[in-house]
Design a protein around this ligand. Structure first.
Ligand SMILES: Cc1cc2nc3c(=O)[nH]c(=O)nc-3n(C[C@H](O)[C@H](O)[C@H](O)COP(=O)(O)OP(=O)(O)OC[C@H]3O[C@@H](n4cnc5c(N)ncnc54)[C@H](O)[C@@H]3O)c2cc1C
Length: 383
């Protein structure tokens, strides 16, 4: 479906990153007529393309809370989701099940991984503790300075740019109208109910709007009635990309408390990242490059000798409590949020799509969404 004029839709999803695409797909699978608005030339070119694609709820988790439960549900959905995408589109999103390693180089790092290992073992989660030799037997590129490691066999990765392509193809096949170069500007609200979206390409009438604008989710205003709004800030993450020799010498995703490397099937290795509160400046900086390279070479000194082939920066969408913002807005009927996924939007996109679609279609809040309601914030009050 191209950019033909659409003046009404059963549901309008604003934002064509992985989150908006997954919500649109899940709604279309439930037979809703969906219009997806993306202001860029193509869907998924922002954070969803900048990410590392790690699906790693356990690797950095220090307790089993509601977020951990959601993240594990997100990870568990990926196998059937990847299979369905391949069937629908022929695109393999490269769900790689080698697993994730988390390395300790200092005494503090060791204390951190010991605590993590112990609580996860007590919770019967799948985690292995390795000494330095065992870690280096698994991955010979790991630095000889490593003291110990954890292996998370179920924490895996996908190729997120392939994911974006597969989703864009899948939603079209399911009948979603994807309107690119189309920016949502204002929600039109009448008597506390969404009635339309004003966009750069005209007004679209609808009674259901899903806000999935990623780091730009606070920019939409409204007319006709007060619109609570949710404050989402951009957190810049820079990423470096190197060329690995062949055959590929690294298989696991490997973290330390200071960074990570992600080997890809096509012979690239990504190294990340930074966490910067600098507004929307999409730059890679000398300082970012230095910090990421230092962390990557601490993990695997050979990375220091690889050719740097690419680099980029993206904006993670962050709410003030670091948690995603998911579900119906109680003050405006028909308005739903699917944003604030911060460091885990690739992991959480499929489960977000399913839960939001369930809530919209059944008019009931799935239990997994309760903790993430947009109503937990004091309204920022836009007009
Ligand atoms: C360096 C880095 C590494 C990361 N690594 C991982 C990882 O390993 N695993 C993981 O799970 N997550 C990771 N993330 C986080 C993940 O990328 C994000 O959480 C996720 O991509 C957010 O998806 P989204 O669809 O909400 O946002 P985006 O992908 O940013 O999409 C939002 C879309 O909305 C569009 N838009 C905005 N405003 C409007 C408007 N008014 N009208 C129309 N369209 C609009 C934008 O153009 C954009 O395409 C990483 C992020 C970064 C930056």
């Amino acid at each position: 479906m191209g950019n033909q004029e659409v003046k009404a839709a059963e549901a309008v999803v604003i934002g064509g990153g992985v989150v908006g695409l997954c919500v649109a797909r899940s709604l279309a699978l439930r037979k809703m007529k969906v219009l997806l608005l993306e202001r860029g030339e193509n869907p998924g070119m922002e954070a969803s393309s900048a990410a590392g694609g790690m699906l790693a709820p356990q690797c950095e988790a220090d307790r089993a809370d509601e977020f951990f439960e959601l993240a594990c549900a997100g990870r568990d959905l990926y196998t059937p989701f990847a299979d369905a995408l391949r069937e629908e589109t022929g695109i393999d999103i490269e769900l790689d099940r080698t697993g994730t390693l988390y390395l300790a180089f200092t005494e503090e790092d060791e204390a951190e991984i010991t605590d993590r290992y112990e609580w996860q073992r007590r919770a019967n989660l799948s985690v292995e503790k390795l000494n330095a030799n065992e870690a280096r037997e698994l991955e010979s590129w790991i630095s000889p300075r490593v003291r110990a490691a954890l292996r998370f066999p179920l924490d895996v990765q996908v190729e997120n740019r392939r994911l974006v392509r597969a989703l864009a193809e899948s939603v079209k096949r399911h009948g979603v109208q994807v309107r690119t170069n189309a920016e949502a500007i204002r929600l039109i609200i009448d008597r506390e109910r969404v009635v339309a979206v004003e966009t750069s390409v005209g007004v679209i009438h609808t009674s259901v709007v899903v806000m999935a604008c990623g780091a730009w989710s606070s920019f939409l205003t409204s007319s006709g009635s007060r619109f609570p709004g949710v404050r989402i800030e951009p957190v810049r993450g820079q990423m470096l990309c190197f060329a690995l020799p062949s055959p590929r010498p690294v298989r696991h995703v490997i973290y330390s408390p200071r960074g990570y490397i992600v080997p890809r099937r096509d012979g690239r290795v990504l190294a990340g990242s930074t966490t910067e509160h600098v507004g929307f400046e999409a730059r890679v900086t000398a300082e970012g490059l230095r910090k990421i390279s230092t962390a990557a070479t601490e993990i695997a000194p050979q990375v220091g000798g690889l050719a740097l082939t690419d680099y980029w920066a993206g904006f993670r969408p962050r709410a003030e409590d670091d948690l995603p913002v998911l579900g119906a807005c109680s003050e405006v009927a028909g308005l739903f949020y699917a944003t604030g996924h911060y460091r885990n939007g690739i992991l959480l996109a499929p489960v977000t799509g399913e839960l939001i679609a369930e809530q919209i279609v059944n008019n009931e809040t799935p239990a997994l969404l309760n903790r993430f309601s947009p109503d937990r914030f004091t309204p920022v009050g836009m007009f």
